[in-house]
Design a protein around this ligand. Structure first.
Ligand SMILES: Cc1cc2nc3c(=O)[nH]c(=O)nc-3n(C[C@H](O)[C@H](O)[C@H](O)COP(=O)(O)OP(=O)(O)OC[C@H]3O[C@@H](n4cnc5c(N)ncnc54)[C@H](O)[C@@H]3O)c2cc1C
Length: 301
C-alpha cells in the first residue's frame, strides 16, 4: 500500500536497490552523492552474480532505512547511542493449523478469537506479543534481553522459557528455528540532520515495541518532513543558510519528540521490566481509564 501510494505521488521506486551515502558536502551548492546497488533478481535466481551499480546526485537525501541505518557508512559523522540494557526484537509466524492440532487450545487459552486482538505476555527477561494475522498465522513478536538468549542458548528456548513463566505451554517442537531478529532496539541518533541528509523513522531512534509506537512515529515524522522539505525540493538554488535552517528545524523537532513522547515510552518500558509492579500498575490503570488513555495517547501520538 505504501509503495503504491508513493508511486501514485510520482516517486520512482527502485525495487531491490540499496543505497549508501557516499559523501555529502557541507556546501549546499554541492550534491549529496548516493551509491546505488541493484541485484538482478533473475540472475540471482539462476545462481549467478549480477550486480548493477549507479550513482545518484541529489540535493537532499532522506534516510529511512530502519534501525541499522545501513546507508550511513561514515559512523563518525552520524553517531548513535545504544542503551546498555537494550533488548533485541525477534519475530516469527506459526501456521494457525499447527497450533489448532495441539491439545491446549491457543485461541481459547489466549482468548484470541478476533483478528484485531493482541495478547502481551510479560516475563522477567522480555515480553511477547501474540496476535492472529490475515493469512491464518499466529504472529509471535518479542523484545528479549540478549543475556536471556545467551543463557538459554537460543531464541526458541528463551521464548519457551517466557511462555512457561507466564503459565502457558512451551512451543517445544512447534517452535520454528528461524526467528527474524533485530539489532539492539533502544537507541538514539544525534544529530538527525546535517549536510542536507535527514534521518526518519527508526533511523532517528527507537525505544521499544511495547507501546506499539514505531510506525506512528515513522508516519508522523514523514508527514512533518514532507511539510518542511516539500517547498524546497524543486528549488535548485537552495542556499547554505536555508539548508542549515531546515537541518536545525529537523533536529529541534526530533529533540521535542524525544522529550514529549519517547519519555512516556521509556517510562512504560521501564515498568515492564518489573512484571509484579507492571501487574499492579495495569490493575491500577484499569480503575483510572482517563489516565490510562492519556498515557496511551502521549506514547503513540
Ligand atoms: C518485535 C517488534 C514488534 C513491533 N511491534 C510494533 C507494533 O505493534 N506497532 C508499531 O507501530 N511498531 C512496532 N514495531 C516497530 C516498527 O516495526 C518500526 O518502528 C517501523 O517498522 C519503523 O519503520 P521504518 O520505516 O523507520 O523502518 P523499517 O520498517 O525497518 O524499514 C526500513 C526499510 O529500509 C530498507 N533499507 C535498509 N537499508 C537500506 C539501504 N541501504 N538502501 C535501501 N533500502 C534500505 C529496508 O529493507 C526496509 O524496507 C515493532 C518492532 C519490533 C522489533
Amino acid at each position: 500500500m505504501l509503495v503504491k501510494a508513493a508511486i501514485g505521488q510520482g516517486v520512482a521506486y527502485l525495487d531491490g536497490t540499496t543505497a549508501t551515502l557516499e559523501s555529502s558536502f557541507t556546501q549546499a551548492s554541492e550534491p549529496v552523492v548516493l551509491q546505488l546497488r541493484s541485484a538482478s533478481t533473475a540472475a540471482e535466481k539462476a545462481g549467478q552474480q549480477s550486480e548493477r551499480w549507479g550513482v545518484a546526485l541529489v540535493r537532499i537525501a532522506v534516510v529511512a532505512a530502519g534501525l541499522t541505518r545501513s546507508p550511513l557508512i561514515n559512523r563518525t559523522a552520524w553517531p548513535a547511542e545504544v542503551a546498555p540494557n537494550s533488548r533485541i526484537g525477534v519475530q516469527c509466524l506459526i501456521p494457525a493449523e499447527l497450533l489448532r492440532r495441539q491439545e491446549w487450545s491457543w485461541s481459547q487459552g489466549l482468548q484470541l478469537m478476533q483478528g484485531n486482538e493482541l495478547r502481551m505476555l510479560i516475563g522477567s527477561r522480555g515480553y511477547l506479543g501474540i496476535s492472529r494475522t490475515d493469512g491464518d498465522y499466529y504472529d509471535f513478536a518479542a523484545a528479549l534481553d540478549p543475556a536471556a538468549i545467551r543463557s538459554e542458548k537460543s531464541i526458541e528456548a528463551a521464548i519457551d522459557r517466557l511462555l512457561v513463566e507466564c503459565a502457558l505451554p512451551a512451543l517445544g517442537k512447534l517452535n520454528p528455528n528461524r526467528w527474524a531478529s533485530t539489532p539492539h532496539l533502544t537507541r538514539a541518533s544525534w544529530p538527525v540532520a546535517r549536510d542536507r541528509v535527514f534521518l526518519l523513522g527508526d533511523s532517528m531512534g527507537y525505544v521499544e515495541p511495547f507501546t506499539g509506537e514505531g510506525m506512528s512515529w515513522g508516519l508522523a515524522g514523514a508527514k512533518r518532513l514532507d511539510k518542511m522539505l516539500g517547498p524546497v525540493l524543486g528549488d535548485s538554488s537552495l542556499s547554505q543558510s536555508a539548508a542549515e535552517e531546515l537541518e536545525s528545524g529537523w533536529n529541534r523537532w526530533a529533540a521535542g519528540q524525544r522529550r514529549r513522547n519517547q519519555s512516556v515510552c521509556r517510562w512504560v518500558a521501564g515498568q515492564v521490566r518489573r512484571p509484579t509492579r507492571a501487574a499492579w500498575l495495569l490493575t491500577g490503570l484499569d480503575w483510572l481509564p482517563p489516565v490510562r488513555n492519556m498515557i496511551l495517547r502521549k506514547a503513540t501520538r
